[in-house]
Write a protein that binds this ligand. Structure first.
Ligand SMILES: [Zn+2]
Length: 367
């Protein structure tokens, strides 16, 4: 989900696109995200935040973290809405002037920082701009709120720039950080934040919730690819990843068993047929392999291979991490790439080589 770098830059970006109308898009994004924030597995986190707010115990820095797609982005937005609301109930009232402005995507004291297009990191200038805005006097006479999402993508300078505001926050100002990898944030930042951890719901509950959104047979598969995070599963389904599972598994098994895969041929085929969904699938698949390995054994001692339940291929963890970075880069570049086929060729040559065990980080078959 991408929205708002800051009000100005976002407005500029939308103006370049010319349509649709700015407020409509922001309002739709806000409304959709706030609906997500009402998901049942986020209830405990919502209560924790609302109680702290009501008791005047909410910290000025709040770090909301969980598996990617578990709901931290939606909950960060909900929290911003909550701290800006003029009432102090268990949820934003939705009726006060502040809530009306927020829902319209038009609140003058709300700022948000996200990854800029094609960027791998949130840059120091974005954080400086956010902090400068948060020191201004409130336009609406109430509180101010800023979201940084994904906060774990701030580079070192950006983190350092944030520290001062976290140490001496302006009055009635809240900085909300959303992250899926809080371990990538410096201790100095984490220690100045109140932490809210989101846990993914049990699979059965998640599948029931997903079926309520959209009935599908393959939710258990998609949920597995999504590390149990329901919003990520929903996004994967929307990207068309579900329909690809059978085909992708066959391909991986074929490559892993020493079958001759021609990366150039696959790239030509993929570039014409749902390239974004295929990359999304590959990314989630690699993540699930890394996770499985990490939970089952010692990540540091990575001399042994681990089993892929989906394709009977063993992947060396080093190789999986390298490929994961490459898939992520390719996903970032896909939209703006002039030559999708070339981009995919570059990735798939490495992927196929790794599957066939031709690189240092070897992959091999397990019986
Ligand atoms: Zn309100």
């Amino acid at each position: 989900m991408r929205w708002i770098i800051s009000r100005t830059t976002w407005l500029e970006r939308m103006a370049r696109r010319k349509q649709p109308a700015v407020d409509d898009v922001t309002a739709r994004d806000h409304a959709a995200m706030l609906v997500r924030a009402g998901a049942p597995w986020l209830r405990q986190a919502r209560e924790q935040l609302a109680t702290a707010r009501r008791d005047g115990k909410l910290a000025h820095g709040i770090l909301i973290h969980g598996t990617g797609g578990a709901g931290q982005s939606a909950l960060a937005l909900w929290t911003a809405n909550l701290v800006l609301c003029h009432e102090s109930g268990a949820a934003p009232c939705g009726r006060c002037r502040s809530c009306v402005l927020f829902l319209a995507g038009n609140h003058p004291d709300f700022y948000s920082v996200e990854l800029e297009e094609k960027a791998s990191y949130i840059k120091v200038d974005q954080i400086r701009e956010l902090c400068a805005k948060l020191t201004l006097r409130s336009y609406s006479g109430g509180g101010k709120a800023g979201i940084i999402d994904p906060a774990d993508k701030m580079n070192l300078q950006a983190n350092n720039a944030l520290l001062k505001t976290l140490e001496e926050p302006p009055e009635d100002t809240f900085l909300i950080l959303a992250a899926s990898r809080p371990d990538r944030l410096p201790r100095t930042v984490v220690s100045r934040c109140q932490r809210v951890r989101i846990t993914t719901p049990p699979d059965k509950e998640a599948v029931a919730w997903l079926n309520g959104e959209l009935p599908r047979q393959d939710w258990p598969d998609l949920l597995k690819l999504a590390a149990g995070a329901p919003f990520r599963a929903l996004d994967l389904a929307g990207e068309g990843a579900g329909e690809l599972t059978g085909e992708m598994r066959t391909l991986l098994a074929q490559g892993g068993s020493g079958g001759a895969l021609d990366p150039l041929e696959i790239a030509a085929q993929w570039s014409k047929d749902r390239p974004a969904a295929r990359l999304a699938w590959l990314e989630s698949w690699l993540e699930s392999q890394i996770r499985e390995r990490a939970s089952g054994s010692d990540v540091v001692n990575n001399n042994h291979d681990f089993r892929l339940p989906s394709a009977d291929v063993g992947v060396n963890i080093k190789s999986a991490f390298t490929l994961l970075d490459k898939v992520r880069d390719a996903r970032q570049l896909l939209e703006s790439s002039l030559n999708t086929q070339l981009l995919l060729e570059d990735l798939l040559v490495q992927f196929v080589n790794a599957l066939a065990g031709r690189t240092a980080g070897r992959m091999e078959i397990q019986g």
